[in-house]
Design a protein. Structure first.
Length: 271
């Protein structure tokens, strides 16, 4: 009974449970933090949802009407009609028109997501079994991001979503994400940004986002990749330009990807 009441309250007051991470009994999307996600939510709430509700109500009405109007007790001699041209034309044309109404705005959203503007920051995400590795190619930074175990979590750190090394990006800047995998299929997904791309070994997929709000945003691998699929979260921290500059300076020292020198090549070759 309590769960039922919670579900009803979540439906009525859905905006209060939305956040940049999943919540218990949440119904609906997480809070939008980018223009792409805002467009997705608008498309879902203003176009898809009304169409789905209308179709469901109409089909329910037809089922109830048919059960009552054409029940055996009222129709001892059933009709043997097998074809009705008008009905067949309508049930072909109307779904086609509905699909067209849905397709036009969805194509616009897909086009905007696939058209990557000039990037201010480029991040490469590499999926491993079972964690994520990140590179900032323009900054010579590379690091790995592991999930924090439950017994090591600090206060206000969400379970199964907190990592040791977060991806840090500046607010209101175009972030281009290059996505690939080292072993099997993974998927880099961040619901608040409306981003989800497969990570395919031997191939680089591209996506982008422009975070409009400072904060920490969580996602997870969204491709069944093995026994620890549920334990490779994605954490992106969006900060101001000043905070990003400070983090970048520290990261260049902490996560610098040192190039192999000529002498080191000789040492490796001699082994």
């Amino acid at each position: 009974m309590n769960k039922f009441l919670l579900t009803i309250l979540a439906t009525i007051y859905s905006t209060s449970v939305l956040a940049n991470q999943p919540k218990q009994w949440q119904l609906g999307f997480q809070d939008s933090a980018s223009q792409s996600m805002t467009e997705i939510v608008s498309f879902h709430n203003n176009i898809l949802l009304p169409i789905i509700i209308a179709i469901s109500v109409f089909v329910l009405f037809l089922m109830i009407y048919t059960c009552i109007r054409f029940r055996a007790s009222k129709n001892p001699n059933p009709s043997k009609t097998t074809h009705n041209v008008a009905v067949e034309v309508l049930w072909t044309l109307i779904p086609c028109l509905i699909l067209i109404v849905m397709a036009v705005p969805s194509f616009k959203i897909l086009y905007n997501q696939d058209t990557i503007p000039k990037a201010d920051v480029t991040v490469k995400a590499v999926g491993y079994q079972w964690y994520w590795g990140y590179e900032y190619p323009d900054e010579n930074i590379i690091f790995e991001s592991y999930m924090i175990k439950e017994d090591e979590l600090k206060e206000n750190q969400p379970r199964l979503l907190t990592v040791d090394n977060e991806v840090v990006v500046p607010v209101n800047k175009v972030v281009k994400v290059l996505i690939t995998a080292n072993d099997v299929l993974h998927a880099w997904a961040l619901p608040s940004f409306g981003v989800k791309r497969d990570a395919v070994p031997g191939r680089i997929n591209e996506t982008w986002f422009k975070a409009e709000k400072v904060g920490t945003y969580y996602g997870q691998c969204s491709e069944l990749c093995g026994i620890q699929h549920a334990f490779m979260p994605i954490t992106v921290r969006v900060v101001t330009d000043e905070e990003y500059a400070i983090w970048l300076a520290e990261a260049k020292m902490k996560f610098a990807n040192e190039p192999i020198t000529e002498n080191e090549y000789k040492k490796l070759a001699s082994k």
